[in-house]
Design a protein around this ligand. Structure first.
Ligand SMILES: [Zn+2]
Ligand SMILES: [Zn+2]
Length: 279
């Protein structure tokens, strides 16, 4: 037996004696040992190894919900994946990312685990949970790949609050417009008299001008993208009375609707027409 194997066995025995552990938490301290295994595979292998002299009934994982480290968090992966899949259904997406807010009790238990059983080959509970959840989500939906830099959908799981929220990346559309009439501001101007609340001066609209380039252009995009709102970011300021030469515009479409108290944004990627005319 090599030194490394002896060390693994020694720590595994101590771990087993530390209290009820699920396979995930049993295997996670050895996450960097061997490739192609899940942490649950590692935990189960160690359990088999340490139980060679006993009957297979000893291998039943008694600790799925009683695990002293994760408190049963990993037993809930499939349930969270189902919730995520349901939340993702209204969106178009290709990439996703999961995040988890670890309850302080679990974070403390994890610190204790690392302190008492230092292996130097472990993986954080957060990292392992997010990955396992992603795998379950992909199995369930049959689509999606994880993206750490620019995910279309970002899920946040909060086990303590039993809450899952999803946020979609906004849709950016770049294009140009030509303004062929005067008297239309680039963006929506609140009424000077009432500051947008609506008064007799503005006929209750709250607007200084009845329409704006932003509103005229954004309207069809909001409908097409099933977005909740849109904002025009003009390149450079233009005077209200200008009849503009081809003008750079940048449209971002924002939250579709609120669910579970969280703002949702519509996902899609695309380019707008090169020349949006406003009359
Ligand atoms: Zn556990
Ligand atoms: Zn007003």
């Amino acid at each position: 037996m090599s030194g490394a194997e002896g060390e693994i066995l020694r720590i595994a025995r101590a771990l087993r004696a530390s209290g009820p552990l699920c396979d995930e938490c049993f295997g996670r301290p050895f996450a960097q040992r061997g490739r192609g295994w899940s942490n649950a595979d590692r935990g189960r292998a160690l359990r088999v190894l340490l139980s060679m002299s006993k009957s297979p009934s000893h291998l039943e994982d008694p600790a799925r919900s009683g695990c002293w480290v994760c408190g049963g968090l990993f037993a809930e992966v499939d349930r969270w994946a189902e919730r995520a899949a349901a939340s993702a259904a209204p969106f178009e997406y290709e990439t996703y990312l999961f995040g988890v807010t670890l309850p302080p009790r679990l974070a403390a238990a994890e610190s204790l685990l690392e302190e008492r059983f230092p292996t130097g080959t472990g993986e954080s509970m957060k990292h392992a949970f997010n990955r396992e959840l992603g795998k379950a989500f992909e199995r369930l939906t049959g689509r999606g790949t994880v993206s750490f830099s620019a995910p279309d959908l970002t899920f946040q799981v909060d086990p303590a609050a039993d809450a899952l929220s999803v946020r979609a990346a906004p849709l950016f559309v770049a294009g140009r417009y030509r303004k062929l009439a005067r008297g239309i501001p680039q963006t929506h101007w609140p009424c000077r008299a009432c500051r947008g609340r609506g008064c007799s001066a503005c006929g209750g609209t709250g607007k200084q001008y009845p329409e704006s380039v932003e509103e005229l252009i954004a309207g069809p995009f909001v409908v097409a993208a099933r977005a909740q709102s849109a904002r025009l970011h003009g390149a450079g300021r233009e005077d209200i009375d200008a009849r503009a030469p081809p003008h750079q515009g940048h449209l971002s479409l924002l939250p579709e609707r609120a669910q579970g108290g969280q703002k949702h944004e519509r996902v899609a990627q695309g380019r707008g027409p090169d020349d949006e005319q406003v009359h």
